[in-house]
Design a protein around this ligand. Structure first.
Ligand SMILES: C[S@@+](CC[C@H](N)C(=O)[O-])C[C@H]1O[C@@H](n2cnc3c(N)ncnc32)[C@H](O)[C@@H]1O
Length: 198
């Protein structure tokens, strides 16, 4: 079991948490990084039973993973992120928070073996390929065919997971969620959804 330090109250609000990052990253928070309350709720659901390996597909600056790691120290939160700059911000924030159970990987999620993880978190990471406004940066190639490719890739990987696999999506269009995943909870606005594979 991991032993993290007690949860510092300094990280109890989004604004306080976002101070871990430089100003440019803070300004992206409202649109691109998971709000604290959503991260806690998702982490609670995904760490169910304890000792889970949870993967955030497109982990950005690591907000979901770090919040999960703080509150659920007996699970391990992995984040895979394609942008090197964001990956480095996640590592830097981890160093400040001093959690052991958050692991960041730089690369495309298609390079990972998704079978190595128990449960998954997904904050509509591929939508940047469709949405021309408010992009994180202009450093990578965007295309609607990439959206389709990534969504289908994830769909197939999720389809192959054993029964009982848990998934949380936030702001997702649902294209990556196989019908074998049963919706078990959703927020009133339907932006947050949690599923368990039948
Ligand atoms: C909406 S942000 C969410 C960040 C983080 N999950 C959070 O909740 O705070 C989506 C992230 O997914 C990353 N991403 C998009 N496609 C990806 C891919 N194919 N492989 C890895 N990361 C990807 C983007 O670079 C971006 O940082």
């Amino acid at each position: 079991m991991h032993r993290n330090l007690p949860v510092p109250t300094i990280y109890n609000t989004d604004a306080a948490f976002d101070w871990l990052y430089p100003e440019r990253i803070q300004l992206l928070s409202r649109r691109h990084w998971t709000p604290l309350g959503v991260a806690r709720k998702a982490a609670h659901f995904l760490s169910h039973g304890g000792n889970r390996k949870i993967l955030d597909i497109g982990s950005g600056v690591g907000k979901f993973c770090l919040v999960g790691a703080i509150y659920y120290p007996d699970s391990t939160f992995y984040g895979v992120e394609q942008r090197q700059e964001l990956y480095h911000h996640a590592l830097a924030a981890k160093k400040v928070i001093k959690v052991e159970n958050a692991v960041f990987i730089h690369g495309n999620f298609t390079k990972l073996d998704l079978d190595e993880y128990d449960n998954f978190y997904f904050y509509n990471s591929f939508f940047e390929n469709l949405d021309k406004g408010d992009r994180i940066d202009h450093e990578i190639e965007y295309s609607s065919s990439l959206y389709v490719y990534y969504s289908r890739y994830l769909y197939r990987a999720l389809e192959n997971r054993p029964s009982g696999t848990r998934l949380v999506t936030f702001h997702s269009l649902g294209d990556e969620v196989p019908s074998s995943y049963q919706l078990v909870d959703a927020s009133e606005d339907f932006l947050y959804k949690s599923y368990i594979k039948r």
